[in-house]
Design a binder for this molecule. Structure first.
Ligand code: SF4
Length: 624
């Protein structure tokens, strides 16, 4: 078999056992890797009891998977999955970096982690295998110290074992912060000093397993390709397409920081009460002038180099460091909180990363809390202080309380939707109307009311990943940014920023063949393989549990906020249209082979070879 290391490490943290698992060639071909293979594995092992699996219990399985194109396609990524503590379904959450390449060079395509360690541990993945090592000395520490201590330790260890190995590349790392150790659902699996897999809440899953970090260092080559000459030729063609994207290299996603608010009217402003602003202080040029210290910085093997490093050099936030201008962090820890200066935004992002939160999720929850304060629903007595829009000190204090699960921070650490339910009960009010979430997940920073952004009415309600803006459902299911296409990238596993142009997407089938030898066509993907993965993810979402179950149709809706008209800007008055959503949703369900309630049809599941999923769904929904 080509394109795969051929084995997965299966780690049982409860008994400290590590063994190797292999998947048959047909399974790998049908599910590729990453998100697809994780969905298959999770359902096979936990599907029968899915509604009883506590995402934060030892029974949950955390998967850390690469894909056959990781390291071959420009821009390498890792896909992290499991039963999501936010949606209760399966979310494929990806993060870029060299960790996946290191893992594959060490001879593994992925890690399957189950159980719960008695005391904090980290995993060291090398050519010698997977070791479980003590992490008590870094438990409770933030990103900077964790990164420094563990890397120094690993470098010394590896240098002793294979002298010279530290010279060409340091080990790569996935880790969690203090908030994830306390199992806040709005936390990320982080890498390096910035960057994280935030969607899904898998930082909390690592915390629940007492797993502080995973370090990778592979000294071998990538798994052999079926036709390396052909692969090299296609990769060069893809690189040439990516090199044309000068704006991505110069501005990264940060160019959107001003543009999405002012031109598209689709940026969260004060918990989505508005989506328009004209704050030039938040323009990308201000970030460039005032906080960026590097113009070109990219993840392993990436020609787009969209990353920047931001440092506050003077003033009250001096020393704050983060990888802004990531648009989502700019929006959620900026405009969404009424914060409109680069320095304050960088400070909040830096704190978020130090504590181990996901910028989108924690920004969504902080905005929700601030709106409750604005409306007098939460008071100074509830919080212990005042919380006004733009008040960086107030948001800093609340974020720290969430990380410590102190006072009201304990409720907010559960994420916006669960906090809305709990606080609503305490206050005797329906607070879910202020929660801009989808299936328990804070929605990405792209609104739909103005109809100018890339997302559509069905994008969030029909996505099997809830509010994930990188995995939106689209009426045209074969579109370049449709959920079915994203499943390909997340299973491949590589950065989809490098495949935004259709001409790059056209080459993907050829590259898959050159690397694996398999002939997968666009037709096979969209009519069969992607639908299979989508159906498993939808089934898991519908079954949900143990604390929440999503109701078909009722919960396949937009947040209440988006039915309110936009209050300002050039598109003032625009709102979502329920009838339009209903029609688009009906069409989408039909196109992916689901019935009018969005339940995958028996005939569809049987055609896809998913009889067990069908049986479980019928019996579960029949008993509802
Ligand atoms: S495009 Fe940006 S996020 Fe994607 S791999 Fe390259 S540097 Fe990383």
């Amino acid at each position: 078999m080509r394109g795969y290391a051929g084995k997965f490490a299966e780690v049982d943290l409860s008994c400290g056992e590590v063994k190797e698992t292999v998947f048959g060639e047909e399974t790998l071909k049908q599910y590729l890797g990453g998100r697809g293979l994780a969905a298959k594995l999770l359902w096979d092992r936990l599907g029968e009891i899915w509604e009883r699996v506590d995402p934060l219990g030892p029974e949950n399985i955390l998967t850390i998977f690469a894909g056959p194109l990781t390291g071959y396609y420009p821009g390498s990524k890792m896909c992290i999955s499991g039963k999501s503590p936010l949606t209760l379904g399966i979310v494929g959450s990806t993060v870029a970096g060299e960790h996946a390449v290191d893992m594959r060079c060490a001879g593994f395509d992925g890690l399957i982690i189950k159980g719960r360690a008695e005391k904090p541990v980290y995993l060291l993945v090398t050519d010698d295998g997977v070791e479980i090592r003590d992490a008590s000395h870094v438990w409770g520490k933030g990103r900077v110290e964790t990164y420094r201590i563990l890397l120094r330790e690993a470098l010394q260890l590896l240098e002793g074992r294979s002298p010279g190995s530290r010279e060409w590349r340091e080990p790569s790392i996935l880790h969690i912060g203090p908030a994830a150790e306390k199992m806040s659902r709005v936390t990320a699996v982080q890498t390096k000093w910035a960057h994280g897999a935030g969607y899904g809440g898998y930082g909390a899953v690592m915390g629940s397993k007492n797993l502080k970090a995973v370090l990778f260092k592979g000294l071998g080559p990538l798994p052999e390709a079926w036709d390396m000459g052909r692969a090299r030729e296609i990769i060069w063609r893809i690189l040439r397409i990516c090199f044309r994207s000068d704006s991505m290299r110069r501005w990264g996603t940060g160019a959107a920081g001003y543009d999405v608010g002012s031109r598209l009217s689709s940026e969260p402003v004060r918990n989505w009460q508005d989506e328009w602003h004209d704050e030039r202080s938040f323009g990308v040029d201000r970030f460039e002038e005032r906080v960026w210290v590097k113009r070109y910085w990219g993840d392993f093997g990436c020609p787009s180099t969209c990353l920047k490093l931001s440092v506050v050099r003077a003033g009250p936030y001096k020393g704050a460091v983060c990888d802004n201008p990531d648009y989502e962090n700019q929006a959620y820890l900026g405009t969404n909180l009424g914060v409109f200066t680069p320095e304050e935004n960088v400070y909040l992002c830096s704190l978020m990363e130090e504590l181990g939160f996901c910028g989108i999720q924690v920004g969504n929850t902080l905005g929700f809390a601030a709106e409750l304060y604005q409306r007098g629903i939460l008071t100074k007595e509830d919080l212990g202080f005042e919380l006004r829009w733009g008040d960086v000190k107030g948001f800093e204090r609340l974020m720290k309380m969430m990380a410590e699960r102190e006072g009201i921070g304990d409720i907010l650490a559960e994420g916006t939707y669960r906090a809305a339910l709990k606080l609503g009960k305490l206050k005797g009010l329906d607070l879910t109307r202020y929660a801009v979430t989808e299936k328990g997940m804070g929605i990405g920073a792209h609104g739909i009311r103005s109809k100018l952004d890339y997302v559509e009415a069905v994008s969030y309600p029909c996505s099997v990943q809830g509010g994930d803006h990188t995995s939106p459902a689209m009426r045209d299911i074969r579109k370049g940014d449709s959920e079915l296409t994203v499943i390909l990238h997340d299973s491949g596993v590589y950065c989809w920023f490098n495949i935004m142009k259709d001409e790059a997407l056209d080459l993907i089938w050829e590259l898959i063949q050159a690397v694996t030898g398999w002939q997968i066509t666009a037709d096979t993907w969209y009519k069969e393989m992607a639908l299979r993965i989508l159906a498993i993810q939808r089934a898991a979402l519908l079954v949900g549990g143990p604390d929440i179950t999503w109701k078909p149709i009722k919960d396949d809706d937009l947040p209440a906020r988006w039915y309110e008209p936009l209050p300002s800007g050039p598109y003032k008055g625009r709102a979502s249209d329920k009838k339009e959503l209903e029609e688009d949703r009906r069409r989408y369900f039909e196109d992916v082979g689901w019935d009018e309630r969005g339940i995958p049809k028996s005939s569809t599941l049987k055609c896809l070879g998913l009889e067990a999923v069908d049986k479980k769904l019928r019996s579960f929904l029949g008993n509802q």
